[in-house]
Design a protein around this ligand. Structure first.
Ligand SMILES: Nc1ncnc2c1ncn2[C@@H]1O[C@H](COP(=O)(O)OP(=O)(O)O)[C@@H](O)[C@H]1O
Ligand SMILES: [Mg+2]
Length: 226
């Protein structure tokens, strides 16, 4: 469903993504693991079209370079950036609805998707009318997840969602991801993390990114050596 062919990204003379070649199948839960600065965020941003790349990224057979970045969510791609970027003067529900409006999804479909978001994240319904500026950092992560689900009917990308979450909220967040997986077996999830232990037992596939290079990996605890 998602395929990278010889994808490179450079900033100035520095290569940030080096010759990426991999595919992700529909219904995969992919852990993208790498330490700070490895290129995780740049890779997700390249799918959204926020980072210029050479090579080909294909999504459901479509070359993404033929789709302007603002149109990509309309393909069924949802993205929750590492800095949540909620609009604090808007309510929680208005923030969740933004991608649907941006993608010009009609009213009936928007209501259907919002109902799905509230089914998976019922706590958002209770916060719906609150200004997004008044929710805690952890709650804001839930709002950002709900917002990503509004456009992410095919692919949901979550950039270090567990970063900075207190243990109880991290568990709640993981439970929401399991509910999403149970509700929709065909959706593809890409979750980045610097700590592989957090995604153990959750992801069915792991890619490791190191200095902009991607290789197959595993979430199992390392044995001896590095
Ligand atoms: N806008 C930018 N300008 C310059 N360097 C950048 C920019 N964005 C990312 N980088 C560099 O690209 C590399 C990968 O960054 P990033 O994708 O944010 O890694 P990660 O998300 O894995 O921490 C880092 O070396 C970072 O300093
Ligand atoms: Mg990052």
């Amino acid at each position: 469903m998602l395929e990278f062919r010889s994808v490179r990204a450079s900033i100035g003379i520095i290569e940030i993504l080096r010759d990426l070649d991999f595919r992700v199948d529909a219904s995969d839960t992919l852990a993208l693991i790498g330490r700070n600065g490895a290129g995780k965020t740049t890779l997700l941003r390249s799918i959204m079209g926020f980072t210029r790349v050479t090579g080909e990224i294909r999504f459901d057979g479509t070359r993404l370079d033929s789709v302007p970045p603002p149109k990509r969510p309309g393909l069924g791609i949802g993205y929750s950036p590492e800095d949540r970027r909620l609009f604090s003067a808007f309510t929680v529900e208005e923030n969740i609805l933004l991608p649907a409006q941006a993608a010009r999804i009609d009213g009936a479909e928007t209501r259907r998707r919002l109902a799905r978001v509230y089914e998976i994240l019922p706590e958002l319904r209770d916060m719906a009318a609150r200004p997004a500026g008044n929710v805690s950092g952890g709650q804001g992560k839930m709002v950002a997840l709900g917002r990503a689900l509004m456009s992410g009917t095919r692919l949901v990308m979550l950039d270090e969602p567990f970063q900075g979450l207190a243990p109880a909220l991290a568990q709640r967040y993981a439970a929401a991801l399991r509910a999403l997986r149970d509700a929709d077996k065909t959706i593809t999830l890409i979750i980045t993390e610097s700590n592989p232990a957090l995604l153990r037992g959750f992801a069915n596939r792991t890619l490791v990114i190191e200095r902009g290079e991607v290789s197959e990996g595993s979430l199992e605890p390392a044995g001896t050596g590095a």
